[in-house]
Design a protein around this ligand. Structure first.
Ligand code: SF4
Length: 210
């Protein structure tokens, strides 16, 4: 299949470029093999947490994580601001932090935009390992197109999902808003990992998330 070969070729290019940036890259052709790969990378009893991601749920990884012999830190179980703060403290100390990425460039840079910022904070520093799972729909040629993708393809459906009062939730187009409910508070480019191999990216030869 031409598309499968194209995805594999494109992923091989990105993986080489991730290596130059001290990050590890892997390619799995489908969700099942990506879940198997992710589980094989995390030893039993690892402390695992995650940031908000449609991809992790869609590929079935979250379901598997909860069935395996892991110590799971789930911020959704926190009911009060105090509990959320405590869970965030535990998340920062996790062995593995799971997330997707809003975009990844062909030269291996990650682009992520956050509201609260807990997800990008853990990407930048804290958890021992960050494991990123991303469908090939997240691939963009360069940083400019990556930001366009995030603002016009990824964020508008998220604001609809989260019922945010933002221009993009109504028009489907980024209005570069400065409203209290914007989910574009932090814009982070990850161009290099100070700790070699801390950030691991599994590219999946299918389309997942926004
Ligand atoms: S800046 Fe505002 S309008 Fe633009 S994508 Fe973000 S939340 Fe939507």
């Amino acid at each position: 299949m031409p598309k499968a070969t194209f995805y594999a070729n494109q992923a091989a290019t990105i993986i080489k470029n991730l290596e130059k940036r001290n990050m590890e890259g892997y390619y799995c052709p489908d969700a099942a093999s990506a879940v198997e790969k992710a589980l094989s990378m995390m030893p039993e009893q690892s402390v695992i947490s995650w940031g908000g991601s449609m991809t992790l749920t869609e590929i079935g990884l979250m379901e598997q994580i909860k069935k395996q012999n892991y110590v799971v830190i789930d911020r959704m179980l926190a009911n009060t601001p105090e509990e959320r703060q405590k869970v965030y403290g535990q998340t920062v100390l996790a062995d593995y932090f799971l997330m997707s990425t809003n975009a990844i460039t062909l030269d291996g840079q990650l682009v992520n935009i956050d509201g609260a910022g807990n997800r990008v904070a853990c990407l930048i520093h804290g958890p021992k390992n960050v494991l990123i799972l991303a469908g090939m729909n997240k691939v963009c040629p360069d940083l400019e197109s990556a930001f366009k993708r995030v603002k016009n393809c990824a964020t508008p459906p998220n604001t609809v999902r989260l019922n945010c009062k933002t221009p993009c939730a109504v028009t489907g187009v980024c209005g570069d808003c400065l409203t209290p409910e914007t989910i574009c508070c932090q814009e982070v480019i990850t161009r290099y990992s100070r700790i070699k191999g801390r950030i691991k990216v599994i590219l999946i030869g299918e389309e997942y998330g926004y």
